[in-house]
Design a protein around this ligand. Sequence first.
Ligand code: ZN
Length: 346
Amino acid sequence: MNELLKNLTEVDGVSGDEKEVRLLIRDLIADHVDEWHVDSLGNLLATKKGTGATNMCVLVDAHMDEVGLMVTEIGSDGMLKFAPVGGFNPLALLGKVVQIGAKKITGVIGAKPIHLLSGSERDRVVQTDAMRIDIGAKSKEAAASKVTIGDRAAFITEYEELGKTALGKAFDNRAGCAALIELLRAKPFSFDLCAAFTVQEEVGLRGAQVAAYAVKPDAALVLESTPAYDLPNEEDASSNVALGKGPSIYVMDRGTIQDPRLVAHITRTAAARGIPYQLRQPGGGGTNTASIQRVLGGIPAATIAVPGRYAHTPTMMINLDDYANVVRLAEATLRDLTPELVNRKW
Ligand SMILES: [Zn+2]
């Protein structure tokens, strides 16, 4: 059992409320870094000093937050209205169990039983603004004694391993957090490694922007989980990657064209070390790379991701070999990184 993935995915950290994740990571890295602090947004920034062989500073980012819900209104019947925090397909929500706020009040996202649905209702997708979270309260007062407006609701999913497949919530992006923790536990790099466990990625790549300004890195590597859509599919032309085929390397997404020199360096490194990889087909989606590469004078940045099925639902799946290879590839990429690679001369 991968205890690191288990522990990281079983805590809650819906965007803007990442404290549980942050405290856990702080305890996991404190003995392996030279300095750490938390900035005003809640990013956990840590420095692992290099050997002094180069004077570069490289930012490695992994966002701590996960998608979830926020209580927006308590109804007179004790039912909770909510807004999505991050992107959701409403189909993923009905009937799912959540825990709300610091008191971790259990609730279920209510659904009309199929027995009572009319013919036309069966064909319609219920939108999130028509859904309610039911915490078993009979009145507004009863509900308000347990939860408050602004509380986050997080999914509850126990981590499990089914052979090489791991099942759990929030691999997007606790898989990236776990990989970054492993890098901090490795021997020092030739440069200062500035680790940024960032907040609020799922609502607009916000924490990473602040972190990049603060760190002023010479280059950046973003560790992520990217959606895999590799189920049997008649016309397989989706912009996607598959489980078990190795780390996924971004070339372009909605927010970036990744630094071509870094992408070439990563693929070269993978080939030289015999690490499998897959180029994610350019297309939609986005990562913190978009925020980082555009601040200050521009920062060379690239992304390595663990493919994950069922992203932004209560239950994701990743392949544990892919995860291990992301750690290997990220470490090898950083070990072989030189100032010559980072300083653009053309
Ligand atoms: Zn993510």
